[in-house]
Structures are given as structure tokens and as C-alpha cells.
Design a protein around this ligand. Structure first.
Ligand code: ADP
Length: 491
């Protein structure tokens, strides 16, 4: 197969700037594609929170001060590159202080739509200047979802892209990028209103994700189950009809794991590295973790971990009753690393106050601690209401930390229920979004934990799973080549 030209556009990338799974995927999938010999160029904003001193940033001389006009204003953008750590792939950063000099990656500022619309346009304009025609523009989430529409409208004149395909990956349908249609003029799309969703325009809105769903050549989402779920009214978040109408072009591809980052035998963040053959060392990480968060360590007392953005999606509501019950009745520890909505933060803070010897709530974001939790816990809790893919359950499996998950989205595709009789299965999976289901799963998990042999088998089952990009990435390459075959004939 000839090497493909892939232009990958994302709002975040690990380890430079990350809020969740999108960042991890944007760092790992392009790195895999690069290793596989494809010409992949990744574009992300140069957010001011990126520590430029910690990486080797260099300006690309021919790509400085490119003017992008929008609604009477000009936004000059410049391109810097820096190598992706652990790879020799150079990431392209779009520098535009007027838009990306903000304390956070995402904001509620009035120009949020413009910030990311300019990213799409910047990518197109840079490709034009490089005379580089990608086989595929791979756009991620609403932040890059206007790119296919731009190619079909204000850049339709450019023959360079006549054979380029477009792919939109939906990482989370819960974030759609909905703005007042008054901004269209400013986005350079004032004359294209008639091509946008008529109901939205009538309602005075523009929906970036919906526009991408309607105009990208191909759609993917991050697990096969989520691909089915989002086509239902229950989980389609208002876009299910649009997704159903494009079902022939929608595929669910499970996210991969970057095992160079998440591997207990090489992880630089943990003190005692271990593998299937040295599981005893995992116990030392547990001791370390508990000591570091000032909780008493005792052998054979299970530790449950959570790492999460605290939003309704993550299922905290069905923990409100079972967690205090289990903590008062059973000997266990709970270590939570999370931040987000105030009501959920208060719930965990109260839990810590009520059970100071059993619960530690670390409010905030902490990469190092997230690795130590994966290595030091026995169980990992993800009771999500919905979960497009979820990465932490896959990290947990690799670390021999048994996941307790709700059977939804990618959680359903990656964790299988442990069966006492056969010894098959990798975790504890419950169906219904109710507190009783959590009670059942926790009870079952603690039962199995109490029996060392089945428990060891369960850990090893999980550690043997392979969700690497080497496996998952092939599906993307297949799709890229289908899209790229249109251009093969002319290049
Ligand atoms: P989502 O993208 O919905 O947040 P995922 O499970 O796909 O969920 O990805 C979450 C990623 O973000 C994982 O790498 C996880 O370790 C990381 N993460 C989430 N919250 C925190 C936190 N408070 N501190 C450190 N890492 C976090």
C-alpha cells in the first residue's frame, strides 16, 4: 500500500495540552500512523498553557503571519513545530495569541466559535501554502468539524483539494459547539447559510458538530457500541436522525491505548514496576499510593480508584447511596482523582470528611497521580451514564486493576463480566443505571477479591488484553485508504 497523506486536526494533544481522552488519542493515533510509514501532519492550537520551554518549539519560516480574515478582522496565524515526545513526528502548532492566549483550552468566551473555526481555516491555508494535498483531512470533534464545510464552500475553488476526503471523528456527542448564527458572517460563511441546517438557521443557531456530520465524507466514533447508541433517540442528543441518515458512512472504531505511556513494566511515574510475572510488586505500589495520600495501608484490604471529569456523564449520581453504605459496612479504601462540577466535588469532599481513614479525594488534574492510582488500586470504578470509549478502563486492565463498569459504549466493548465457573472475563459489568446495580457489582467484586486464586486469574485475564494502536489503528488506515483511493488515480 502506498503511504497515505493524513492531515489530523484536533483541539488538544497529549502531553502538550489535554483535558481528556481526545488528547490521548490525538497523541497516540498519529504517532502510530507515522511509525507505520504514513505522511501524517497534526495541527493543534498553540494554547498558551502549553509549556513551550519544556519542548523544542521552532517556527516554520515560510508559515509566519498568514492572514486569516474573518468578519472585518484579521487573525494572523503562524506555525510552530515541536516533536511529539517518544516519537520523531513533528506536531504543527497554530499560533494566534488573540485566540489561544487563554487560561484554559476551552472557554465560555464570546469568541469560542471563532477560536476553532480559525483553526480549520488555518489548516486549509497552511496546506495551500505547502502545496500539500492530503488524502484525508481527519477532523476531531466539533472544534474541527467545520473544516469539511469550509472545503466545500469558501475553499471549493482550490483544485489542490479536489481529491481530498474528509473524516469526522465524534469523541463525545455531548459537546456539539452550538452558537448563534449571527457569528456566520464573522466565520466567513455569511453567504453559505442556505447550505446549513434549515431548522437551525431558522432558530438562529449554528451547530458545528451537526454541520460536520452532514458534510464530512465519512464519520467515525470511538467504539462500535457507541456508534449504535448515538443513532437512537435515547442517546442521540438530538442528532440521532442526522446520524441515521448517514449510517452507511458511520463506523465505530475503538480507541487504542498507547502502551508506551501506560504500561506497568515501564511506567516512569510508579516506583515499583511490574508485569504478569511479578504481580507481588503491584502490592508495593498500593502501599506507596496509600502512604502518599495519607491513608492507612493494610494487606488484603481492597483499594478502589476513580479518575474522572466530574460531569453527569460519568455516573456519579448512582454512587451517592452505595458508596457511603459500602464504606460504613466494609473494610475498603477509595482514592478519587477528579474535578468538575461543584455538586460532585462536594459529594466526594463529604465522603472524605465522613470516612477520613478510608477515602481520599484529590481534587484537580494530576498526570503522575493518575498513573499511581492505576498501579496502586485493586479495582477501578467507572459507572458512566454513557461512555463513547473510555480509556481508563483499558489502562486499568493493563495494570491488573480490575474495572467495575456500566455496560455502555466503549465500556461494553472492552470489559467482559467475570464468570466464577469458567474463570473467563475481565471485570464487573452491570447493565442498569441504578444504585442497586452498583451495589451488586461492588458486592460481587469484593467477594472475588476475597479469594486470591480467582482474583489473580481475573487480573491476568485483563493484563492479557491488547488494545494497542497497532491493532486498532489498522481500521483507520483501511478507511483512510478507501477515502484516499479517489486521489490515488490522479497523483
Ligand atoms: P473523557 O475523555 O470522557 O474524560 P476518557 O476515559 O476517554 O474520558 O479519558 C480520560 C483521560 O483523562 C484519561 O487519560 C485519564 O487518565 C485522564 N484524566 C481524567 N481526569 C483526570 C485527572 N483529574 N487527572 C489526571 N488525568 C485525568
Amino acid at each position: 500500500m502506498r503511504p497515505l497523506r493524513i492531515c489530523y486536526v484536533s483541539s488538544e494533544i497529549t502531553p502538550f495540552a489535554k483535558t481528556g481522552g481526545l488528547g490521548d488519542v490525538s497523541g497516540a493515533l498519529p504517532a502510530y500512523l507515522h511509525r507505520a510509514g504514513h505522511d501524517v501532519r497534526v495541527f493543534v492550537p498553540l494554547h498558551s498553557l502549553i509549556d513551550v520551554e519544556a519542548h523544542e518549539f521552532a517556527p516554520l519560516p515560510d508559515l509566519q503571519d498568514i492572514p486569516i480574515s474573518a468578519g472585518g478582522s484579521r487573525y494572523p496565524i503562524s506555525v510552530f513545530t515541536a516533536p511529539l515526545p517518544g516519537s520523531d513526528l513533528a506536531v504543527h502548532f497554530v499560533h494566534c495569541p488573540a485566540l489561544y492566549d487563554r487560561p484554559e483550552i476551552y472557554t465560555n468566551d464570546p469568541d469560542e466559535a471563532l477560536r476553532f473555526a480559525v483553526l480549520s481555516r488555518a489548516v486549509i491555508e497552511v496546506c495551500q501554502r505547502l502545496r500539500w494535498a492530503p488524502d484525508v483531512f481527519h477532523c476531531n470533534d466539533w472544534q474541527a468539524a467545520l473544516l469539511p464545510f469550509y472545503l466545500k464552500t469558501i475553499y471549493a475553488w482550490d483544485e489542490l483539494f479536489a481529491h481530498s476526503g474528509t473524516m469526522l471523528t465524534i469523541h463525545n456527542l455531548g459537546f456539539q459547539g452550538v452558537f448563534s448564527s449571527l457569528i456566520l458572517e464573522q466565520l466567513g460563511l455569511g453567504s453559505c447559510e442556505h447550505l446549513l441546517d434549515a431548522d437551525d438557521i431558522q432558530g438562529g443557531r449554528v451547530n458545528f458538530l451537526k454541520t460536520g456530520i452532514q458534510h464530512a465524507d465519512c464519520l467515525t466514533t470511538v467504539s462500535p457500541t457507541y456508534a449504535r447508541e448515538i443513532q437512537t433517540p435515547e442517546q442521540g442528543m438530538g442528532l440521532d436522525a442526522y446520524l441515521r441518515s448517514r449510517r452507511a458512512h458511520l463506523r465505530g472504531i475503538l480507541n487504542g491505548v498507547d502502551y508506551r505511556q501506560w504500561n506497568p513494566s515501564t511506567d516512569p511515574h510508579i516506583r515499583h514496576r511490574y508485569s504478569e510475572k511479578s504481580l507481588g510488586r503491584k502490592e508495593k505500589n498500593k502501599e506507596d499510593l496509600l502512604l502518599s495520600v495519607d491513608l492507612p495501608y493494610r494487606k488484603r484490604v481492597p483499594v478502589v480508584g476513580m479518575i474522572s471529569r466530574l460531569t453527569p456523564q460519568k455516573g456519579i449520581d448512582i454512587l451517592r447511596e452505595p458508596l457511603p453504605e459500602f464504606l460504613s459496612q466494609r473494610d475498603l479504601r477509595l482514592v478519587v482523582l477528579a474535578s468538575g462540577s461543584g455538586e460532585y466535588e462536594r459529594f466526594f469532599a463529604l465522603l472524605e470528611d465522613s470516612f477520613p481513614e478510608k477515602v481520599r479525594f484529590w481534587r484537580g488534574y494530576n498526570t503522575e497521580l493518575s498513573h499511581r492510582i492505576e498501579a496502586g488500586c485493586d479495582l477501578f470504578l467507572m459507572p458512566s451514564l454513557y461512555e463513547p470509549c473510555g480509556l481508563n478502563q483499558m489502562y486499568s486492565l493493563k495494570y491488573g486493576t480490575v474495572p467495575i463498569v456500566r455496560k455502555t459504549g466503549g465500556l461494553a466493548d472492552t470489559v467482559t463480566l467475570y464468570d466464577w465457573k469458567t474463570g473467563i472475563g475481565t471485570g464487573f459489568v452491570f447493565d442498569h443505571y441504578v444504585p442497586d446495580a452498583v451495589r451488586w457489582a461492588l458486592d460481587y467484586a469484593l467477594d472475588v477479591y476475597g479469594r486470591p486464586e480467582p482474583w489473580k486469574r481475573l487480573m491476568l485475564n485483563g493484563m492479557a488484553c491488547d488494545f494497542s494502536w497497532e491493532v486498532q489503528g489498522r481500521e483507520y488506515v483501511e478507511l483512510y485508504s478507501e477515502l484516499g483511493s479517489r486521489s490515488a488515480a490522479v497523483t
